[in-house]
Design a protein around this ligand. Structure first.
Ligand code: SAM
Length: 263
């Protein structure tokens, strides 16, 4: 059922159950199940991203970094990249910004962070980038600490999405920018059918062949379909307190970037 699910990001029959892909699971079990997926895929995660998206994720991430817009001067600029995994967004942002830029990569998976730590060191960015293991729902940071908050392909994995967005609002400074890159609802006829075929027939097989893990990649494509469409997610961002909320579709809505400001 490629279009299945309530698609409200909090799917479930009652408060005690929620969706894990197309499966209905006890709410308290979900994060552990998500963590097992990323623990399993961590070492192959970057390779699989390139294979699954034919490199498109790189363009989408560059687009996100353009919106993060780190200053090229020495001005201080602190980015919090939540669900930052192996570090792509933080590293790309540091490469574009000036010497005053720094980033914290926050992720719940120690295995993803281990890969991230190696990549940050290899890129010579260890002085500018810290890595912190934490849940997006309960960030271990003081209020009003960051100039920008990004979350790329991460929010759909979080169990309580409204809570995570409220946490984003809390840790941003006044004037701070919330940016979310996520798979979304494809709005182009025919492309949507091709995309369904790619998602449900190609990606799980690629997962099996390249990472010996069909189950994890099945979850990833199912979780995309359970995520709310563009306008509903924009309402969730507004509900957390953000102003001037907008979104931009990428590649016909296969992905979208949502933006909101803490005024
Ligand atoms: N942002 C990276 C990127 O774009 O390549 C990684 C995205 S990966 C698809 C999703 C990440 O979300 C994983 O690293 C996973 O561990 C993390 N994650 C899942 N649930 C989380 C939570 N509740 N809090 C923080 N991170 C979470």
């Amino acid at each position: 059922n490629p279009t299945g699910g309530r698609g409200d990001g909090t799917a479930g029959n009652d408060d005690n159950s929620t969706s894990f892909g197309f499966e209905e699971v006890p709410r308290d079990d979900r994060q552990g199940m998500v963590n097992r997926v990323f623990s399993s895929v961590a070492e192959r995660y970057d390779l699989m991203n390139d294979l699954m998206s034919a490199g498109m994720h790189r363009l989408w991430k560059e687009d996100l970094v353009t919106q993060i817009n780190p200053p090229k001067s020495d001005a201080m600029f602190r980015l919090l990249d939540v669900a930052g995994g192996t570090g792509d967004i933080a590293m790309r942002t540091m490469k574009r910004g000036g010497l005053g830029c720094s980033a914290v990569i926050c992720d719940i998976s120690p295995e993803m962070l281990d890969v991230g730590q190696r990549r940050v060191a290899d890129a010579g960015l260890a002085d500018q980038v810290d890595l912190v293991e934490a849940n997006a729902e309960t960030l271990p940071f003081d209020d009003r600490r960051f100039d920008a908050y990004s979350i790329a392909f991460g929010i759909r994995n979080v169990t309580d999405i409204p809570r995570a967005i409220r946490e984003a609002f809390r840790v941003l400074k006044p004037g701070g920018h919330f940016l979310c890159l996520e798979f979304s609802k494809c709005t182009v006829p025919m492309l949507d059918r091709l995309y369904d075929f790619h998602s449900f027939e190609v990606i799980p097989r690629l997962g099996q062949m390249a990472a010996n893990d069909k189950h994890s990649y099945q979850y990833l494509v199912e979780s995309i379909r359970k995520f709310p469409p563009q306008h509903e997610f924009a309402d969730m961002v507004r509900a957390a307190g953000f102003d001037n909320v907008s979104y931009r579709n990428l590649t016909g809505g296969i992905a979208a970037i949502h933006s909101g400001w803490k005024i």
